[in-house]
Design a protein around this ligand. Structure first.
Ligand code: ADP
Ligand code: MG
Length: 291
């Protein structure tokens, strides 16, 4: 494409709330035939609502939420934000966490009010407190619910159950992308398989991959390249390496992590998934003008 078309394509995209980082990114958008899409904060809106607190010890519910949310103040994860917001709404005292160590996208541990706390996905907390895995398998969870596990001083303390529904526009966006020739659309999530399956019912995705580590998300993106050029869209810190591995990495930039925005070729500056097909259309039009 000639420079003038690139400039016009990039500025057209900017007007609709899409930051395209230069000609190579614009060109890439015209070529992709596959999409790897993240769940939490991308297909779902990420403003999760706490629906249940389930202590497994004699700890009161409010104390469980207070300890978990206090530690989650140190995290940029969308679920962490939701828990902190919920604790504030309930006027719980948020205490300052110390000695915090986080594995982005998995969970974190640290000291709150003199107690050693860990908060995160089931796999993360189970690695520290094996009993948690058993407790999860013994319970029936509402379909599609995000389950956050909490341990206190090396003991399973309980679970926080959140509802994080699909964005209103997700099904429509998947259909639009199909019409634009994105032949393969696959989900890649760090969350549990049951959640991924329940949330994607009716979306007509080609494959659903769950319980992935950030490294496994990279491997998935690379594997998808055998079908053609791949676009990956995500929002979390843990998605940054997968975005970098894709032919075109797209970050949900409005509320998402800065690390993913930096690693991306394209950033959606408004928190709307329908900017993705819009960006592909604009890129194609600018190429047509160029030839
Ligand atoms: P996705 O890949 O779909 O965006 P993530 O891998 O980011 O999902 O998150 C998966 C799960 O990990 C969440 O549903 C949540 O249970 C848990 N999790 C990760 N980090 C945190 C945190 N800081 N606080 C609470 N839960 C967390
Ligand atoms: Mg995410």
């Amino acid at each position: 494409a000639v420079p003038v078309a690139i400039v016009s394509g990039v500025s057209q995209a900017a007007k609709t709330g899409v930051l395209v980082k230069g000609g190579r990114a614009l060109e890439g958008l015209t070529r992709v035939t596959g999409l790897v899409i993240d769940k939490t904060g991308t297909l779902t809106h990420g403003q999760a609502q706490l629906v249940e607190i389930l202590p497994v010890s004699d700890m009161p519910s409010d104390r469980l939420l207070q300890l978990a949310a206090s530690l989650d103040q140190a995290s940029k994860h969308v679920i962490a934000h939701a828990l902190v917001a919920e604790a504030r709404e309930r006027r719980l005292d948020l205490l300052p966490p110390t000695e915090v160590v986080e594995i982005a996208g998995e969970g974190l541990e640290g000291v709150v009010d003199g107690r050693h706390i860990s908060v995160g996905g089931v796999r993360y907390v189970s690695q520290r407190v094996p009993r948690i895995a058993q407790m999860v398998s013994e319970n029936r969870w509402p379909a599609g619910a995000v389950v956050v596990a909490v341990s206190v001083d090396g003991q399973g303390a309980g679970f926080l159950i959140l509802a994080d529904p699909l964005r209103m526009e997700s099904a429509r966006v998947v259909d639009s992308l199909r019409r634009l020739g994105i032949a393969r659309i696959v989900l890649a999530t760090g969350d549990r398989r049951e959640v991924a399956q329940a949330v994607t019912v009716g979306l007509h995705l080609d494959e659903v991959h769950a319980e992935l580590t950030p490294d496994q998300k990279i491997a998935m993106v690379q594997d998808e390249k055998r079908y053609g050029p791949v676009m990956m869209i995500g929002d979390g810190v843990n998605d940054a390496p997968a975005l970098a591995a894709a032919d075109v990495g797209v970050a949900m930039g409005a509320r998402g992590a800065t690390a993913s925005a930096e690693a991306a070729d394209v950033v959606l500056l408004v928190d709307q998934l329908d900017r993705l097909p819009a960006a592909i259309l604009i890129a194609r039009r600018s190429r047509r003008i160029a030839v």
